[in-house]
Ligand binder design. Structure first.
Ligand SMILES: Cc1cc2nc3c(=O)[nH]c(=O)nc-3n(C[C@H](O)[C@H](O)[C@H](O)COP(=O)(O)O)c2cc1C
Length: 357
Protein backbone atom coordinates (compact mmCIF):
# COMPACT_ATOMS: atom_id res chain seq x y z
CA UNK A 1 0.00 0.00 0.00
CA UNK A 2 1.45 3.35 -1.02
CA UNK A 3 0.49 6.34 1.11
CA UNK A 4 1.11 10.08 1.08
CA UNK A 5 0.97 12.11 4.28
CA UNK A 6 1.28 15.88 4.66
CA UNK A 7 2.62 17.28 7.93
CA UNK A 8 2.00 20.96 8.57
CA UNK A 9 3.45 23.38 11.05
CA UNK A 10 2.96 27.11 11.44
CA UNK A 11 6.13 29.17 11.57
CA UNK A 12 5.16 32.46 13.20
CA UNK A 13 8.27 34.33 12.11
CA UNK A 14 10.08 33.54 8.88
CA UNK A 15 13.77 34.02 9.66
CA UNK A 16 14.66 35.69 6.37
CA UNK A 17 12.05 38.36 6.99
CA UNK A 18 12.87 38.65 10.68
CA UNK A 19 16.45 39.54 9.75
CA UNK A 20 15.05 42.47 7.75
CA UNK A 21 12.95 43.60 10.72
CA UNK A 22 9.76 42.28 9.10
CA UNK A 23 7.31 39.94 10.79
CA UNK A 24 5.85 37.35 8.47
CA UNK A 25 4.41 33.93 9.25
CA UNK A 26 4.05 30.93 7.01
CA UNK A 27 2.81 27.39 6.82
CA UNK A 28 5.59 24.81 6.57
CA UNK A 29 4.84 21.50 4.85
CA UNK A 30 6.63 18.16 4.86
CA UNK A 31 5.39 15.30 2.69
CA UNK A 32 5.95 11.63 3.46
CA UNK A 33 5.51 8.84 0.93
CA UNK A 34 5.42 5.34 2.42
CA UNK A 35 6.02 2.53 -0.03
CA UNK A 36 8.51 -0.35 0.23
CA UNK A 37 10.77 2.44 1.44
CA UNK A 38 9.85 5.67 3.15
CA UNK A 39 10.83 9.07 1.77
CA UNK A 40 10.33 12.54 3.24
CA UNK A 41 10.25 15.63 1.06
CA UNK A 42 11.60 18.53 3.05
CA UNK A 43 12.03 17.85 6.77
CA UNK A 44 10.93 21.41 7.61
CA UNK A 45 7.73 20.39 9.44
CA UNK A 46 8.78 17.04 10.93
CA UNK A 47 10.91 16.57 13.96
CA UNK A 48 12.96 13.43 14.49
CA UNK A 49 11.05 11.48 11.85
CA UNK A 50 13.02 8.53 10.54
CA UNK A 51 12.97 7.61 6.86
CA UNK A 52 15.01 5.72 4.32
CA UNK A 53 15.52 8.93 2.38
CA UNK A 54 15.05 12.60 3.12
CA UNK A 55 14.98 15.04 0.23
CA UNK A 56 16.52 18.36 1.22
CA UNK A 57 14.69 20.61 -1.23
CA UNK A 58 16.27 23.89 -0.16
CA UNK A 59 19.82 24.66 0.83
CA UNK A 60 19.55 28.35 1.41
CA UNK A 61 17.57 28.23 4.63
CA UNK A 62 18.76 26.24 7.60
CA UNK A 63 15.27 25.49 8.93
CA UNK A 64 14.88 23.08 6.01
CA UNK A 65 17.82 21.01 7.17
CA UNK A 66 17.36 18.78 10.19
CA UNK A 67 20.30 16.40 9.99
CA UNK A 68 20.57 13.08 11.79
CA UNK A 69 23.18 10.34 11.43
CA UNK A 70 20.37 7.77 11.01
CA UNK A 71 18.95 9.16 7.78
CA UNK A 72 20.14 9.25 4.20
CA UNK A 73 19.76 12.61 2.48
CA UNK A 74 19.04 13.36 -1.14
CA UNK A 75 20.81 16.54 -2.18
CA UNK A 76 21.92 18.55 -5.21
CA UNK A 77 25.57 19.19 -6.11
CA UNK A 78 25.42 22.44 -4.15
CA UNK A 79 23.67 20.65 -1.28
CA UNK A 80 26.62 18.27 -1.08
CA UNK A 81 28.90 21.17 -0.20
CA UNK A 82 26.51 22.31 2.49
CA UNK A 83 25.93 18.91 4.06
CA UNK A 84 29.67 18.21 4.18
CA UNK A 85 30.11 21.49 5.98
CA UNK A 86 27.92 20.18 8.82
CA UNK A 87 29.89 16.96 9.33
CA UNK A 88 29.75 13.36 8.15
CA UNK A 89 26.28 12.45 6.96
CA UNK A 90 25.01 9.81 4.58
CA UNK A 91 23.87 11.44 1.35
CA UNK A 92 23.12 10.84 -2.27
CA UNK A 93 23.72 13.52 -4.87
CA UNK A 94 21.10 13.65 -7.60
CA UNK A 95 21.25 15.37 -10.96
CA UNK A 96 18.70 16.93 -13.27
CA UNK A 97 16.27 14.36 -14.62
CA UNK A 98 17.46 11.50 -12.41
CA UNK A 99 14.86 8.84 -11.64
CA UNK A 100 14.43 7.17 -8.28
CA UNK A 101 12.40 4.19 -7.13
CA UNK A 102 11.14 3.28 -3.65
CA UNK A 103 8.83 0.34 -4.54
CA UNK A 104 5.79 1.04 -6.70
CA UNK A 105 6.67 4.71 -6.51
CA UNK A 106 8.82 6.28 -9.22
CA UNK A 107 10.14 9.78 -8.85
CA UNK A 108 11.92 12.08 -11.24
CA UNK A 109 14.03 14.95 -9.93
CA UNK A 110 14.04 18.35 -11.56
CA UNK A 111 16.64 20.34 -9.73
CA UNK A 112 18.54 23.59 -9.92
CA UNK A 113 21.77 24.22 -7.99
CA UNK A 114 19.73 25.29 -4.97
CA UNK A 115 16.32 23.66 -5.22
CA UNK A 116 14.92 20.21 -5.78
CA UNK A 117 11.47 19.62 -7.26
CA UNK A 118 10.34 15.98 -7.52
CA UNK A 119 7.73 14.56 -9.86
CA UNK A 120 5.78 11.52 -8.71
CA UNK A 121 5.17 9.68 -11.97
CA UNK A 122 2.30 7.40 -10.91
CA UNK A 123 0.25 10.14 -9.24
CA UNK A 124 1.06 13.18 -11.44
CA UNK A 125 2.09 15.14 -8.37
CA UNK A 126 4.86 17.73 -8.27
CA UNK A 127 6.54 17.98 -4.86
CA UNK A 128 7.85 21.41 -5.59
CA UNK A 129 9.86 22.44 -2.53
CA UNK A 130 10.51 26.18 -2.50
CA UNK A 131 8.94 26.66 -5.94
CA UNK A 132 5.26 27.67 -5.91
CA UNK A 133 5.49 28.32 -2.18
CA UNK A 134 3.81 31.26 -0.49
CA UNK A 135 4.32 32.84 2.91
CA UNK A 136 1.63 34.24 5.20
CA UNK A 137 -1.39 32.27 3.92
CA UNK A 138 -2.38 29.94 6.73
CA UNK A 139 -4.62 27.86 4.48
CA UNK A 140 -4.31 24.33 3.27
CA UNK A 141 -5.48 24.07 -0.32
CA UNK A 142 -6.09 26.57 -3.13
CA UNK A 143 -9.66 25.29 -3.44
CA UNK A 144 -10.54 27.03 -0.17
CA UNK A 145 -8.54 30.25 -0.38
CA UNK A 146 -9.16 33.61 -2.03
CA UNK A 147 -7.50 33.63 -5.47
CA UNK A 148 -6.29 37.23 -5.40
CA UNK A 149 -4.77 36.93 -1.95
CA UNK A 150 -3.06 33.68 -2.91
CA UNK A 151 -1.54 35.19 -6.05
CA UNK A 152 -0.26 38.23 -4.11
CA UNK A 153 1.46 35.91 -1.66
CA UNK A 154 2.84 33.71 -4.44
CA UNK A 155 4.18 36.85 -6.07
CA UNK A 156 5.75 38.21 -2.91
CA UNK A 157 7.53 34.92 -2.29
CA UNK A 158 8.76 34.77 -5.89
CA UNK A 159 9.92 38.41 -5.89
CA UNK A 160 11.88 38.11 -2.65
CA UNK A 161 13.14 34.52 -2.72
CA UNK A 162 13.16 33.11 -6.23
CA UNK A 163 13.77 36.13 -8.46
CA UNK A 164 17.58 35.65 -8.61
CA UNK A 165 16.92 32.11 -9.93
CA UNK A 166 14.54 33.07 -12.71
CA UNK A 167 16.69 31.65 -15.52
CA UNK A 168 16.71 28.24 -13.83
CA UNK A 169 12.99 28.48 -13.23
CA UNK A 170 12.30 29.15 -16.91
CA UNK A 171 14.13 25.93 -17.77
CA UNK A 172 12.09 23.99 -15.21
CA UNK A 173 8.83 25.45 -16.52
CA UNK A 174 9.71 24.25 -20.03
CA UNK A 175 10.09 20.70 -18.69
CA UNK A 176 6.94 20.88 -16.57
CA UNK A 177 5.01 21.59 -19.78
CA UNK A 178 5.60 17.97 -20.81
CA UNK A 179 4.23 16.59 -17.54
CA UNK A 180 0.68 15.92 -16.49
CA UNK A 181 0.51 17.76 -13.16
CA UNK A 182 -2.64 17.29 -11.09
CA UNK A 183 -1.32 18.69 -7.83
CA UNK A 184 1.58 20.83 -6.66
CA UNK A 185 2.75 20.30 -3.10
CA UNK A 186 5.12 23.11 -2.02
CA UNK A 187 7.20 23.46 1.16
CA UNK A 188 5.31 26.58 2.28
CA UNK A 189 1.67 27.49 2.03
CA UNK A 190 -1.29 25.99 0.24
CA UNK A 191 -1.17 23.06 -2.17
CA UNK A 192 -2.19 23.86 -5.73
CA UNK A 193 -4.90 21.97 -7.54
CA UNK A 194 -7.42 24.46 -8.89
CA UNK A 195 -5.10 27.24 -10.10
CA UNK A 196 -2.16 25.27 -11.50
CA UNK A 197 -2.47 26.88 -14.94
CA UNK A 198 -2.58 30.39 -13.44
CA UNK A 199 0.44 29.64 -11.28
CA UNK A 200 2.49 28.40 -14.26
CA UNK A 201 1.39 31.38 -16.34
CA UNK A 202 2.45 33.90 -13.70
CA UNK A 203 5.78 32.16 -12.99
CA UNK A 204 6.64 32.29 -16.68
CA UNK A 205 5.50 35.92 -16.97
CA UNK A 206 7.67 36.96 -14.01
CA UNK A 207 10.64 34.84 -15.05
CA UNK A 208 10.66 36.39 -18.51
CA UNK A 209 10.71 39.86 -16.92
CA UNK A 210 7.41 40.83 -18.57
CA UNK A 211 5.53 43.81 -17.24
CA UNK A 212 1.99 45.10 -16.90
CA UNK A 213 0.82 48.71 -17.25
CA UNK A 214 1.56 49.40 -13.60
CA UNK A 215 3.69 51.91 -11.72
CA UNK A 216 5.28 51.67 -8.29
CA UNK A 217 6.16 54.88 -6.48
CA UNK A 218 8.58 54.45 -3.59
CA UNK A 219 9.74 57.35 -1.48
CA UNK A 220 10.51 58.80 1.91
CA UNK A 221 9.84 62.36 3.02
CA UNK A 222 10.54 64.37 6.16
CA UNK A 223 8.67 67.64 5.54
CA UNK A 224 6.38 66.56 2.66
CA UNK A 225 8.46 68.06 -0.17
CA UNK A 226 9.24 64.68 -1.76
CA UNK A 227 5.75 63.51 -0.85
CA UNK A 228 4.15 66.33 -2.88
CA UNK A 229 6.24 65.35 -5.91
CA UNK A 230 5.19 61.70 -5.42
CA UNK A 231 1.53 62.75 -5.34
CA UNK A 232 1.87 64.84 -8.52
CA UNK A 233 3.56 61.92 -10.31
CA UNK A 234 0.79 59.60 -9.13
CA UNK A 235 -1.91 61.94 -10.42
CA UNK A 236 -0.26 62.10 -13.82
CA UNK A 237 0.17 58.36 -14.12
CA UNK A 238 -3.04 57.03 -12.67
CA UNK A 239 -5.18 58.32 -15.52
CA UNK A 240 -3.69 55.48 -17.57
CA UNK A 241 -1.99 52.93 -15.30
CA UNK A 242 -2.51 51.32 -11.91
CA UNK A 243 -0.24 53.01 -9.36
CA UNK A 244 0.93 51.52 -6.09
CA UNK A 245 2.54 53.88 -3.60
CA UNK A 246 4.97 52.81 -0.89
CA UNK A 247 6.36 55.15 1.77
CA UNK A 248 9.54 53.51 2.92
CA UNK A 249 8.96 54.45 6.56
CA UNK A 250 5.80 52.27 6.58
CA UNK A 251 5.95 49.79 3.69
CA UNK A 252 8.01 46.65 3.86
CA UNK A 253 10.68 46.32 1.18
CA UNK A 254 9.37 42.82 0.51
CA UNK A 255 5.98 44.28 -0.44
CA UNK A 256 7.61 46.87 -2.67
CA UNK A 257 9.48 44.05 -4.45
CA UNK A 258 6.19 42.18 -4.88
CA UNK A 259 4.53 45.13 -6.60
CA UNK A 260 7.61 45.97 -8.61
CA UNK A 261 8.00 42.48 -10.04
CA UNK A 262 5.69 43.00 -13.02
CA UNK A 263 5.44 46.80 -13.00
CA UNK A 264 6.56 48.85 -16.01
CA UNK A 265 7.52 51.99 -14.04
CA UNK A 266 9.51 52.44 -10.87
CA UNK A 267 9.60 55.96 -9.42
CA UNK A 268 11.99 56.50 -6.51
CA UNK A 269 12.00 59.61 -4.38
CA UNK A 270 14.33 60.83 -1.68
CA UNK A 271 15.27 64.06 0.08
CA UNK A 272 18.94 64.96 0.19
CA UNK A 273 20.20 64.16 3.67
CA UNK A 274 23.81 64.84 4.64
CA UNK A 275 24.94 65.12 1.01
CA UNK A 276 23.39 61.80 0.07
CA UNK A 277 20.03 60.17 -0.53
CA UNK A 278 18.09 58.95 2.51
CA UNK A 279 19.57 55.73 4.01
CA UNK A 280 16.21 53.91 3.77
CA UNK A 281 16.05 54.61 0.05
CA UNK A 282 19.62 53.41 -0.31
CA UNK A 283 18.78 50.24 1.59
CA UNK A 284 15.79 49.57 -0.64
CA UNK A 285 17.86 50.08 -3.81
CA UNK A 286 20.56 47.78 -2.50
CA UNK A 287 18.03 45.12 -1.49
CA UNK A 288 16.44 45.32 -4.93
CA UNK A 289 19.80 45.16 -6.70
CA UNK A 290 20.77 41.92 -4.95
CA UNK A 291 17.54 40.32 -6.11
CA UNK A 292 18.53 41.15 -9.68
CA UNK A 293 15.19 42.29 -11.12
CA UNK A 294 14.66 42.42 -14.85
CA UNK A 295 16.02 45.60 -16.43
CA UNK A 296 12.84 45.86 -18.44
CA UNK A 297 11.56 48.93 -16.57
CA UNK A 298 11.42 52.70 -16.77
CA UNK A 299 12.93 54.23 -13.63
CA UNK A 300 12.30 57.81 -12.54
CA UNK A 301 14.28 59.46 -9.73
CA UNK A 302 12.83 62.45 -7.88
CA UNK A 303 13.22 64.34 -4.61
CA UNK A 304 13.90 67.51 -2.71
CA UNK A 305 16.98 69.26 -1.35
CA UNK A 306 17.90 72.37 0.64
CA UNK A 307 21.09 73.75 -0.82
CA UNK A 308 22.90 71.09 -2.86
CA UNK A 309 21.03 68.15 -4.37
CA UNK A 310 22.50 64.66 -4.11
CA UNK A 311 20.07 63.17 -6.58
CA UNK A 312 22.82 62.24 -9.00
CA UNK A 313 23.36 59.39 -6.48
CA UNK A 314 19.83 58.17 -7.11
CA UNK A 315 20.33 58.43 -10.86
CA UNK A 316 23.59 56.44 -10.62
CA UNK A 317 22.06 53.70 -8.47
CA UNK A 318 19.07 53.25 -10.78
CA UNK A 319 21.36 53.22 -13.82
CA UNK A 320 23.45 50.47 -12.24
CA UNK A 321 20.32 48.31 -12.32
CA UNK A 322 20.23 48.91 -16.07
CA UNK A 323 16.73 50.34 -15.94
CA UNK A 324 15.89 52.96 -18.56
CA UNK A 325 16.35 56.01 -16.32
CA UNK A 326 14.20 58.98 -17.34
CA UNK A 327 14.29 62.30 -15.50
CA UNK A 328 14.09 66.03 -15.73
CA UNK A 329 15.40 68.87 -13.51
CA UNK A 330 11.79 69.64 -12.63
CA UNK A 331 11.74 66.47 -10.47
CA UNK A 332 14.39 67.77 -8.05
CA UNK A 333 12.98 70.66 -6.06
CA UNK A 334 14.62 73.07 -3.63
CA UNK A 335 12.60 72.61 -0.43
CA UNK A 336 8.79 72.46 -0.95
CA UNK A 337 7.64 72.55 -4.60
CA UNK A 338 5.04 75.18 -5.49
CA UNK A 339 1.76 74.55 -7.33
CA UNK A 340 2.97 75.45 -10.81
CA UNK A 341 5.95 73.14 -10.44
CA UNK A 342 3.68 70.32 -9.29
CA UNK A 343 1.52 70.83 -12.40
CA UNK A 344 4.63 70.50 -14.57
CA UNK A 345 5.61 67.33 -12.69
CA UNK A 346 2.15 65.93 -13.40
CA UNK A 347 2.64 66.70 -17.10
CA UNK A 348 6.03 64.97 -17.00
CA UNK A 349 4.32 61.85 -15.61
CA UNK A 350 1.78 61.86 -18.43
CA UNK A 351 4.58 62.00 -21.00
CA UNK A 352 6.16 58.94 -19.40
CA UNK A 353 3.17 56.93 -20.56
CA UNK A 354 4.35 57.22 -24.16
CA UNK A 355 7.72 55.58 -23.44
CA UNK A 356 8.81 51.96 -23.56
CA UNK A 357 11.56 50.43 -21.40
C1 LIG B 1 19.15 65.94 8.81
C2 LIG B 1 19.03 66.69 7.52
C3 LIG B 1 20.10 66.76 6.67
C4 LIG B 1 20.02 67.47 5.48
N1 LIG B 1 21.09 67.49 4.65
C5 LIG B 1 21.02 68.17 3.49
C6 LIG B 1 22.12 68.19 2.59
O1 LIG B 1 23.17 67.62 2.84
N2 LIG B 1 21.98 68.88 1.43
C7 LIG B 1 20.84 69.55 1.11
O2 LIG B 1 20.78 70.13 0.05
N3 LIG B 1 19.77 69.53 1.95
C8 LIG B 1 19.82 68.87 3.13
N4 LIG B 1 18.74 68.83 3.96
C9 LIG B 1 17.51 69.55 3.58
C10 LIG B 1 16.45 68.67 2.94
O3 LIG B 1 16.96 67.98 1.85
C11 LIG B 1 15.27 69.52 2.54
O4 LIG B 1 14.65 70.06 3.69
C12 LIG B 1 14.23 68.77 1.73
O5 LIG B 1 13.27 69.67 1.23
C13 LIG B 1 13.53 67.70 2.56
O6 LIG B 1 12.63 67.03 1.75
P1 LIG B 1 11.44 66.16 2.41
O7 LIG B 1 10.47 67.13 3.01
O8 LIG B 1 10.83 65.39 1.30
O9 LIG B 1 12.05 65.30 3.41
C14 LIG B 1 18.82 68.14 5.15
C15 LIG B 1 17.74 68.07 6.02
C16 LIG B 1 17.83 67.36 7.19
C17 LIG B 1 16.66 67.30 8.10
Amino acid sequence: MVSLERKKEICWEVNRYKALGITKSCLNNSYIIKDKEKIIFDPIAVKDEKADYIVITNFLELEHIKLSKENKYIVTKFGKEVIENFGEYDYLVIGYGDEFNIGETNLKFYCTDFYITSYWLEKDILLSGELFSQYEVIGSSDTKEDFRKLMEELKEHYANILLPHREDILKLLEDFKNLEIKKILPSHGVCWEKYIENVFFEYKFWSLGNYRERAVIVFISLYQATELIAKALKEGLEEEVEVRVHRLNFSKVTEVMRDLLDAKYLLVGSPTINNDIHPKVKFFLDYMKKLNPSSNKIAVPFGSYGFESAHYRLIDLLSELEFKVVYDDILFTKFIPDKSRLEKIKEFAKKLLTLDP
